[in-house]
Write a protein that binds this ligand. Sequence first.
Ligand code: ACO
Length: 337
Amino acid sequence: MANAASITGIGSAFPKTIVSNDDIAAKLKKLGLETNDKWIRDRTGICERRYSDLENADERNSSLGLAAAVKALEMAGKSPQDIDQIIYATCTPDTPILSTACWLQHKLGAPKAWTMDLNAACSGFLYGLTVAEQFLITGKSKLVLVIGAEVLHPFVNWYDRGSCILFGDGAGAAVVEQTDEGSRHRILSSQLQSDGNLWELLYVPAGGSNIEITPEVYAQHLHKIKMSGREIFKIAVRTLSDFAVRALEAGNSTINDLDWFIPHQANRRIIEAVANRLDIPMDKVLINIDRYGNTSSATIPTMIDEAVQDGRIKKGDLLLLDAFGAGLTYGSVLLRW
Ligand code: ACO
Protein backbone atom coordinates (compact mmCIF):
# COMPACT_ATOMS: atom_id res chain seq x y z
CA MET A 1 0.00 0.00 0.00
CA ALA A 2 1.23 3.52 -0.81
CA ASN A 3 2.57 5.78 1.93
CA ALA A 4 0.74 8.78 3.38
CA ALA A 5 1.36 11.37 6.15
CA SER A 6 -0.32 11.94 9.49
CA ILE A 7 0.10 14.54 12.24
CA THR A 8 0.78 12.58 15.44
CA GLY A 9 1.81 15.43 17.74
CA ILE A 10 1.09 19.14 18.03
CA GLY A 11 2.42 21.88 20.34
CA SER A 12 2.57 25.65 20.71
CA ALA A 13 4.37 28.37 22.66
CA PHE A 14 3.95 32.10 23.13
CA PRO A 15 6.09 34.76 24.80
CA LYS A 16 4.92 35.99 28.20
CA THR A 17 4.34 39.69 27.50
CA ILE A 18 0.74 40.57 26.63
CA VAL A 19 0.32 43.77 24.61
CA SER A 20 -3.22 45.16 24.67
CA ASN A 21 -4.83 47.49 22.16
CA ASP A 22 -4.61 50.24 24.79
CA ASP A 23 -0.83 49.62 25.03
CA ILE A 24 -0.57 50.07 21.24
CA ALA A 25 -2.72 53.23 21.36
CA ALA A 26 -0.47 54.68 24.09
CA LYS A 27 2.65 53.91 22.03
CA LEU A 28 1.20 55.51 18.88
CA LYS A 29 0.09 58.58 20.85
CA LYS A 30 3.72 59.29 21.72
CA LEU A 31 4.47 59.27 17.96
CA GLY A 32 1.58 61.67 17.26
CA LEU A 33 -0.73 58.97 15.79
CA GLU A 34 -4.21 58.06 16.95
CA THR A 35 -5.83 54.65 17.32
CA ASN A 36 -8.04 53.06 19.95
CA ASP A 37 -9.22 49.72 21.32
CA LYS A 38 -12.66 49.98 19.69
CA TRP A 39 -11.29 50.63 16.19
CA ILE A 40 -8.84 47.73 16.42
CA ARG A 41 -11.45 45.29 17.82
CA ASP A 42 -14.13 46.32 15.32
CA ARG A 43 -11.90 46.34 12.24
CA THR A 44 -9.69 43.29 13.03
CA GLY A 45 -11.11 41.27 15.95
CA ILE A 46 -7.80 41.62 17.80
CA CYS A 47 -7.90 42.43 21.54
CA GLU A 48 -4.30 41.63 22.45
CA ARG A 49 -1.14 39.96 21.14
CA ARG A 50 2.13 38.63 22.58
CA TYR A 51 5.58 40.19 22.07
CA SER A 52 8.88 38.42 22.70
CA ASP A 53 11.34 40.05 25.07
CA LEU A 54 14.29 40.43 22.69
CA GLU A 55 16.70 40.44 25.66
CA ASN A 56 15.42 37.01 26.74
CA ALA A 57 17.13 34.13 24.89
CA ASP A 58 14.16 31.88 25.79
CA GLU A 59 11.84 34.04 23.69
CA ARG A 60 13.79 34.06 20.43
CA ASN A 61 12.07 32.57 17.38
CA SER A 62 13.98 29.25 17.63
CA SER A 63 13.40 29.13 21.40
CA LEU A 64 9.63 29.46 20.95
CA GLY A 65 9.94 26.82 18.20
CA LEU A 66 11.84 24.62 20.64
CA ALA A 67 9.16 24.89 23.35
CA ALA A 68 6.44 24.05 20.79
CA ALA A 69 8.50 21.15 19.35
CA VAL A 70 9.10 19.58 22.78
CA LYS A 71 5.33 19.49 23.41
CA ALA A 72 4.59 18.07 19.93
CA LEU A 73 7.21 15.32 20.39
CA GLU A 74 5.82 14.48 23.81
CA MET A 75 2.31 14.09 22.39
CA ALA A 76 3.64 11.85 19.58
CA GLY A 77 5.67 9.81 22.07
CA LYS A 78 8.86 10.51 20.12
CA SER A 79 12.28 11.90 20.97
CA PRO A 80 14.62 14.28 19.06
CA GLN A 81 16.65 11.19 18.03
CA ASP A 82 13.66 10.01 15.94
CA ILE A 83 13.54 13.12 13.72
CA ASP A 84 14.66 12.66 10.08
CA GLN A 85 13.93 16.17 8.88
CA ILE A 86 13.07 19.61 10.29
CA ILE A 87 11.15 22.12 8.17
CA TYR A 88 11.05 25.53 9.84
CA ALA A 89 8.47 27.85 8.29
CA THR A 90 9.27 31.46 9.18
CA CYS A 91 9.66 34.87 7.59
CA THR A 92 11.31 36.31 10.72
CA PRO A 93 14.40 34.11 11.17
CA ASP A 94 16.70 34.37 14.19
CA THR A 95 19.51 35.35 11.78
CA PRO A 96 19.66 35.79 7.96
CA ILE A 97 22.56 33.29 8.00
CA LEU A 98 22.28 30.57 9.43
CA SER A 99 18.82 29.02 9.22
CA THR A 100 16.46 29.07 12.18
CA ALA A 101 16.03 25.32 11.57
CA CYS A 102 19.72 24.87 12.45
CA TRP A 103 19.32 27.09 15.52
CA LEU A 104 16.47 24.82 16.58
CA GLN A 105 18.51 21.68 15.93
CA HIS A 106 21.31 23.14 18.07
CA LYS A 107 18.85 23.63 20.95
CA LEU A 108 16.75 20.44 20.49
CA GLY A 109 19.29 17.83 19.50
CA ALA A 110 17.95 15.77 16.57
CA PRO A 111 21.39 14.42 15.57
CA LYS A 112 20.31 12.53 12.44
CA ALA A 113 18.03 15.24 11.01
CA TRP A 114 18.62 17.48 8.01
CA THR A 115 17.03 20.88 8.37
CA MET A 116 15.75 23.76 6.28
CA ASP A 117 13.93 27.08 6.59
CA LEU A 118 10.91 27.71 4.40
CA ASN A 119 9.64 31.25 3.76
CA ALA A 120 6.08 31.36 2.47
CA ALA A 121 5.07 34.00 5.06
CA CYS A 122 1.65 33.21 6.53
CA SER A 123 1.14 30.14 4.32
CA GLY A 124 4.42 28.71 5.63
CA PHE A 125 3.01 26.02 7.91
CA LEU A 126 0.82 24.59 5.13
CA TYR A 127 3.74 24.70 2.68
CA GLY A 128 5.86 22.90 5.31
CA LEU A 129 3.19 20.27 5.93
CA THR A 130 2.90 19.60 2.20
CA VAL A 131 6.68 19.35 1.68
CA ALA A 132 6.87 16.98 4.66
CA GLU A 133 4.08 14.87 3.18
CA GLN A 134 6.04 14.40 -0.05
CA PHE A 135 9.15 13.13 1.77
CA LEU A 136 6.98 10.77 3.83
CA ILE A 137 5.18 9.47 0.73
CA THR A 138 8.45 8.70 -1.07
CA GLY A 139 9.81 7.04 2.06
CA LYS A 140 12.84 9.36 2.18
CA SER A 141 11.72 10.37 5.69
CA LYS A 142 9.72 8.59 8.38
CA LEU A 143 9.27 11.48 10.82
CA VAL A 144 9.35 15.20 9.99
CA LEU A 145 9.11 18.06 12.48
CA VAL A 146 7.25 20.99 10.91
CA ILE A 147 7.42 24.34 12.72
CA GLY A 148 5.55 27.57 12.03
CA ALA A 149 7.06 30.30 14.20
CA GLU A 150 7.55 34.06 14.11
CA VAL A 151 8.91 36.96 16.09
CA LEU A 152 7.21 39.63 13.99
CA HIS A 153 7.04 42.64 16.27
CA PRO A 154 10.59 43.92 15.55
CA PHE A 155 9.46 44.31 11.89
CA VAL A 156 6.38 46.38 12.69
CA ASN A 157 6.40 49.98 11.39
CA TRP A 158 5.08 52.07 14.25
CA TYR A 159 4.43 54.95 11.87
CA ASP A 160 1.91 52.84 9.89
CA ARG A 161 -1.15 52.51 12.10
CA GLY A 162 -2.93 50.25 9.57
CA SER A 163 -0.38 47.45 9.94
CA CYS A 164 1.36 47.92 13.32
CA ILE A 165 -1.78 46.84 15.19
CA LEU A 166 -2.00 43.43 13.51
CA PHE A 167 1.04 41.34 14.30
CA GLY A 168 2.17 39.19 17.23
CA ASP A 169 4.79 36.57 18.11
CA GLY A 170 4.34 32.81 18.67
CA ALA A 171 5.20 29.29 17.55
CA GLY A 172 3.47 26.05 16.63
CA ALA A 173 4.97 22.65 15.88
CA ALA A 174 3.71 19.39 14.39
CA VAL A 175 5.22 15.92 14.34
CA VAL A 176 4.31 14.44 10.95
CA GLU A 177 4.82 10.70 10.53
CA GLN A 178 4.63 8.19 7.73
CA THR A 179 1.48 6.11 7.67
CA ASP A 180 -0.22 4.17 4.88
CA GLU A 181 -2.87 5.30 2.46
CA GLY A 182 -5.42 3.03 4.10
CA SER A 183 -5.10 4.93 7.38
CA ARG A 184 -8.13 7.01 8.35
CA HIS A 185 -5.97 9.61 10.12
CA ARG A 186 -3.93 11.31 7.43
CA ILE A 187 -3.52 14.28 5.12
CA LEU A 188 -6.18 13.82 2.43
CA SER A 189 -5.30 16.63 0.04
CA SER A 190 -3.25 19.79 -0.23
CA GLN A 191 -3.19 22.70 -2.65
CA LEU A 192 -0.38 25.25 -2.95
CA GLN A 193 0.13 28.22 -5.25
CA SER A 194 1.82 31.59 -5.27
CA ASP A 195 1.68 34.79 -7.32
CA GLY A 196 4.97 36.68 -7.16
CA ASN A 197 3.45 39.47 -9.27
CA LEU A 198 1.72 40.62 -6.08
CA TRP A 199 5.02 41.06 -4.18
CA GLU A 200 4.39 44.74 -3.52
CA LEU A 201 1.29 44.18 -1.35
CA LEU A 202 3.31 43.08 1.69
CA TYR A 203 7.07 43.11 2.11
CA VAL A 204 10.04 44.36 4.08
CA PRO A 205 12.15 46.37 1.57
CA ALA A 206 15.52 46.37 3.37
CA GLY A 207 17.52 43.91 5.45
CA GLY A 208 17.99 41.31 2.70
CA SER A 209 20.68 41.62 0.02
CA ASN A 210 18.66 44.14 -2.05
CA ILE A 211 19.10 47.07 0.29
CA GLU A 212 21.65 47.37 3.08
CA ILE A 213 20.38 48.96 6.29
CA THR A 214 22.23 52.30 6.33
CA PRO A 215 21.26 55.18 8.66
CA GLU A 216 19.25 56.72 5.75
CA VAL A 217 17.39 53.47 5.08
CA TYR A 218 16.77 53.06 8.81
CA ALA A 219 15.36 56.61 9.07
CA GLN A 220 12.89 55.82 6.25
CA HIS A 221 11.74 52.64 8.08
CA LEU A 222 12.57 50.51 5.02
CA HIS A 223 13.55 47.63 7.31
CA LYS A 224 9.93 47.45 8.48
CA ILE A 225 6.71 45.90 7.09
CA LYS A 226 5.11 47.75 4.18
CA MET A 227 1.54 46.62 3.57
CA SER A 228 -1.43 47.49 1.33
CA GLY A 229 -4.15 46.29 3.70
CA ARG A 230 -7.28 47.05 1.68
CA GLU A 231 -5.99 45.25 -1.46
CA ILE A 232 -4.83 42.22 0.54
CA PHE A 233 -8.19 42.03 2.28
CA LYS A 234 -10.10 41.56 -0.99
CA ILE A 235 -7.64 39.04 -2.45
CA ALA A 236 -7.58 37.12 0.84
CA VAL A 237 -11.36 36.64 0.92
CA ARG A 238 -11.39 35.41 -2.68
CA THR A 239 -8.35 33.11 -2.50
CA LEU A 240 -9.15 31.61 0.92
CA SER A 241 -12.59 30.70 -0.46
CA ASP A 242 -11.14 29.26 -3.69
CA PHE A 243 -8.45 27.23 -1.94
CA ALA A 244 -10.90 25.86 0.62
CA VAL A 245 -13.06 24.51 -2.22
CA ARG A 246 -10.02 23.15 -4.09
CA ALA A 247 -8.77 21.12 -1.09
CA LEU A 248 -12.27 19.81 -0.36
CA GLU A 249 -12.81 18.72 -3.98
CA ALA A 250 -9.37 17.07 -4.18
CA GLY A 251 -10.20 15.21 -0.95
CA ASN A 252 -13.64 14.11 -2.24
CA SER A 253 -15.34 16.01 0.59
CA THR A 254 -17.88 18.80 1.00
CA ILE A 255 -18.40 21.66 3.45
CA ASN A 256 -21.02 19.52 5.22
CA ASP A 257 -18.41 16.83 5.97
CA LEU A 258 -16.19 19.33 7.82
CA ASP A 259 -15.82 19.32 11.59
CA TRP A 260 -13.53 22.37 11.73
CA PHE A 261 -12.46 25.15 9.40
CA ILE A 262 -9.09 26.57 10.54
CA PRO A 263 -8.18 29.63 8.48
CA HIS A 264 -5.08 31.81 8.80
CA GLN A 265 -5.82 34.47 11.42
CA ALA A 266 -5.17 37.81 9.68
CA ASN A 267 -8.41 39.66 10.36
CA ARG A 268 -11.66 38.39 11.91
CA ARG A 269 -13.64 40.15 9.19
CA ILE A 270 -11.72 38.22 6.49
CA ILE A 271 -12.53 34.95 8.28
CA GLU A 272 -16.22 35.86 8.62
CA ALA A 273 -16.46 36.88 4.97
CA VAL A 274 -14.93 33.56 3.85
CA ALA A 275 -17.20 31.52 6.15
CA ASN A 276 -20.18 33.45 4.81
CA ARG A 277 -19.15 32.89 1.17
CA LEU A 278 -18.66 29.17 1.75
CA ASP A 279 -21.71 28.78 3.98
CA ILE A 280 -19.68 27.45 6.90
CA PRO A 281 -21.42 28.11 10.25
CA MET A 282 -19.23 30.22 12.55
CA ASP A 283 -19.42 27.56 15.28
CA LYS A 284 -17.31 25.34 13.00
CA VAL A 285 -14.62 28.02 12.56
CA LEU A 286 -11.68 28.11 14.97
CA ILE A 287 -10.45 31.62 15.89
CA ASN A 288 -7.67 32.80 18.20
CA ILE A 289 -6.88 36.18 16.61
CA ASP A 290 -8.55 37.96 19.54
CA ARG A 291 -5.73 36.85 21.89
CA TYR A 292 -2.70 36.55 19.61
CA GLY A 293 -3.19 38.79 16.55
CA ASN A 294 -1.61 37.67 13.29
CA THR A 295 1.35 35.41 14.10
CA SER A 296 1.86 34.56 10.39
CA SER A 297 3.07 30.95 9.93
CA ALA A 298 2.19 30.19 13.58
CA THR A 299 -1.55 30.96 13.45
CA ILE A 300 -2.75 27.58 12.18
CA PRO A 301 -0.61 25.18 14.28
CA THR A 302 -1.19 27.21 17.46
CA MET A 303 -4.93 27.18 16.81
CA ILE A 304 -4.93 23.41 16.22
CA ASP A 305 -2.95 22.86 19.43
CA GLU A 306 -5.33 24.98 21.49
CA ALA A 307 -8.40 23.15 20.15
CA VAL A 308 -6.80 19.72 20.65
CA GLN A 309 -5.84 20.60 24.23
CA ASP A 310 -9.29 21.90 25.15
CA GLY A 311 -11.05 18.93 23.50
CA ARG A 312 -12.79 20.74 20.63
CA ILE A 313 -10.78 18.77 18.03
CA LYS A 314 -11.38 15.04 18.55
CA LYS A 315 -9.74 12.03 16.97
CA GLY A 316 -11.36 11.39 13.58
CA ASP A 317 -12.45 15.03 13.00
CA LEU A 318 -12.15 16.39 9.45
CA LEU A 319 -10.10 19.62 9.43
CA LEU A 320 -9.71 22.13 6.62
CA LEU A 321 -6.64 24.38 6.98
CA ASP A 322 -6.54 27.46 4.73
CA ALA A 323 -3.97 30.25 4.40
CA PHE A 324 -2.65 33.17 2.37
CA GLY A 325 0.46 35.24 2.95
CA ALA A 326 3.02 37.69 1.63
CA GLY A 327 4.29 36.77 -1.82
CA LEU A 328 1.44 36.36 -2.28
CA THR A 329 1.27 32.70 -1.30
CA TYR A 330 -1.79 30.50 -0.92
CA GLY A 331 -2.36 27.03 0.51
CA SER A 332 -4.99 24.66 1.87
CA VAL A 333 -4.78 21.23 3.48
CA LEU A 334 -7.60 18.80 4.22
CA LEU A 335 -6.82 16.18 6.86
CA ARG A 336 -8.49 13.72 9.15
CA TRP A 337 -7.20 14.17 12.72
N1 ACO B 1 -6.74 53.22 14.06
C1 ACO B 1 -7.65 54.12 13.65
N2 ACO B 1 -7.89 54.36 12.33
C2 ACO B 1 -7.19 53.69 11.42
C3 ACO B 1 -6.21 52.73 11.80
C4 ACO B 1 -6.00 52.52 13.17
N3 ACO B 1 -5.11 51.62 13.63
N4 ACO B 1 -5.67 52.20 10.67
C5 ACO B 1 -6.28 52.81 9.63
N5 ACO B 1 -7.19 53.69 10.08
C6 ACO B 1 -8.06 54.57 9.31
C7 ACO B 1 -7.53 54.82 7.90
O1 ACO B 1 -6.62 55.90 7.91
C8 ACO B 1 -8.80 55.15 7.16
O2 ACO B 1 -9.16 56.51 7.43
P1 ACO B 1 -9.70 57.44 6.24
O3 ACO B 1 -10.98 56.78 5.80
O4 ACO B 1 -9.89 58.75 6.94
O5 ACO B 1 -8.64 57.42 5.19
C9 ACO B 1 -9.86 54.29 7.82
O6 ACO B 1 -9.31 53.90 9.10
C10 ACO B 1 -10.17 53.04 7.03
O7 ACO B 1 -8.93 52.46 6.58
P2 ACO B 1 -8.88 51.13 5.78
O8 ACO B 1 -7.46 50.82 5.44
O9 ACO B 1 -9.88 51.16 4.68
O10 ACO B 1 -9.40 50.13 6.92
P3 ACO B 1 -9.81 48.64 6.76
O11 ACO B 1 -11.18 48.46 7.24
O12 ACO B 1 -9.45 48.08 5.42
O13 ACO B 1 -8.87 47.95 7.85
C11 ACO B 1 -6.86 46.63 7.87
C12 ACO B 1 -7.47 48.02 7.69
C13 ACO B 1 -7.16 46.20 9.29
C14 ACO B 1 -5.38 46.71 7.61
C15 ACO B 1 -7.54 45.66 6.86
O14 ACO B 1 -7.52 46.22 5.57
C16 ACO B 1 -6.86 44.32 6.80
O15 ACO B 1 -6.86 43.57 7.76
N6 ACO B 1 -6.29 43.95 5.64
C17 ACO B 1 -5.62 42.68 5.47
C18 ACO B 1 -4.23 42.76 6.03
C19 ACO B 1 -3.59 41.42 6.12
O16 ACO B 1 -4.24 40.39 6.07
N7 ACO B 1 -2.28 41.43 6.28
C20 ACO B 1 -1.50 40.24 6.44
C21 ACO B 1 -1.46 39.44 5.17
S1 ACO B 1 -0.28 38.22 5.00
C22 ACO B 1 0.45 37.93 6.41
O17 ACO B 1 -0.27 37.63 7.30
C23 ACO B 1 1.91 38.09 6.58
